[in-house]
Ligand binder design. Structure first.
Ligand code: SF4
Length: 289
């Protein structure tokens, strides 16, 4: 299988050069590899998305897909996985989508450890609606909804996921496509909730490329990704603001094994569509008479 085998015939309406193209490409490369390595079946790949520029990825991938509502990617993925555990479920969300509208789903899924992957296209703005502030917009960010600048604390999704029990927490960057492909492969193979916050500058409404490119670095091979204290320390190296001296780690901050939601509830192991229900109508009617 080749990455382009996931292509559709839909016209792509992202802005020319939008870093969303890099996420699309990294995902197609990662999934083609996993199919060729016989770790994933192409027919079992199922995706969902929220609302925003990221969500157009639904149109550009020839896989099973459900176009969701704003911020509701995670519960949709949860439902797909619960309904059919054979599926390889991947959710796509934006930063506004996931960390504003969908924040409760995100936090609780870190606790539940549903076996799915969540890829967040983080451009630190609501891009589709022309540049309003999201929880990861830095203090001082001037947008359509904040003409006087954001005054509030910036949300750090990596730290948030860690303190709420997520079992796979990573950060990628759209200018590092091959690195991102590797992260996606590992995330998809992880048993449990795997989350990658992907820095994806919006060229039109919030282009922070020059800030990020000078500050990113990859966690090295000796980094111990099973140490929560170390992961938290790393997560605090950058607080998603635009501080001059910040360093921005990329890679897997944390990965451990824990029972998945499905493992905690054995009745979810069998696909619901295979559960045979033998209903004796006459007895049921008697019960309600
Ligand atoms: Fe990409 Fe920004 Fe254009 Fe949306 S508005 S397609 S995020 S460059």
């Amino acid at each position: 299988m080749k990455p382009q085998d996931f292509n559709t015939k839909e016209e792509n309406t992202w802005c020319p050069g939008c870093p969303n193209f890099a996420i699309l490409q990294a995902f197609k490369m990662a999934m083609a590899d996993l199919v060729n390595e016989k770790k994933v079946k192409a027919k079992n790949i199922a995706i969902s998305c929220g609302i925003g520029c990221h969500a157009k990825i639904y149109d550009y991938l020839d896989v099973n897909a459900f176009y969701g509502l704003h911020g509701r990617t995670i519960p949709l993925c949860f439902g797909m996985k619960a309904g059919n555990p054979d599926l390889t479920v991947v959710g796509f969300g934006g930063d506004g989508d996931t960390y504003a509208e969908g924040i409760s789903h995100f936090v609780h899924n870190c606790r539940y450890n549903v076996d799915m992957t969540m890829l967040v296209h983080n451009n630190k703005t609501f891009a589709l609606t022309t540049g309003q502030a999201t929880p990861t917009s830095e203090k001082g960010f001037v947008g359509r909804s904040t003409p006087l600048g954001v005054k509030d604390q910036v949300l750090n999704p990596i730290a948030l996921a860690l303190v709420n029990g997520a079992t796979f927490v990573a950060r990628g960057y759209t200018s590092e496509v091959s690195h991102l492909k590797g992260l996606i492969k590992k995330a998809v193979l992880h048993k449990g909730f795997s989350f990658i916050d992907i820095l994806q500058p919006c060229l039109t409404f919030n282009n922070f490329t020059s800030y990020v490119k000078d500050r990113v670095y990859k966690l090295d091979k000796n980094y111990k990704a099973d140490n929560i204290d170390l992961a938290l320390k790393k997560s605090l190296e950058w607080n998603y603001s635009m501080e001059e001296k910040a360093k921005i780690p990329l890679g897997i901050f944390y990965q451990i094994k824990k029972p998945t939601f499905q493992e905690k509830w054995p009745q979810l192991k069998k696909p619901w569509y295979k559960v045979e229900r033998k209903i004796k109508n006459s007895e049921l009617i008697k019960e309600f008479k």
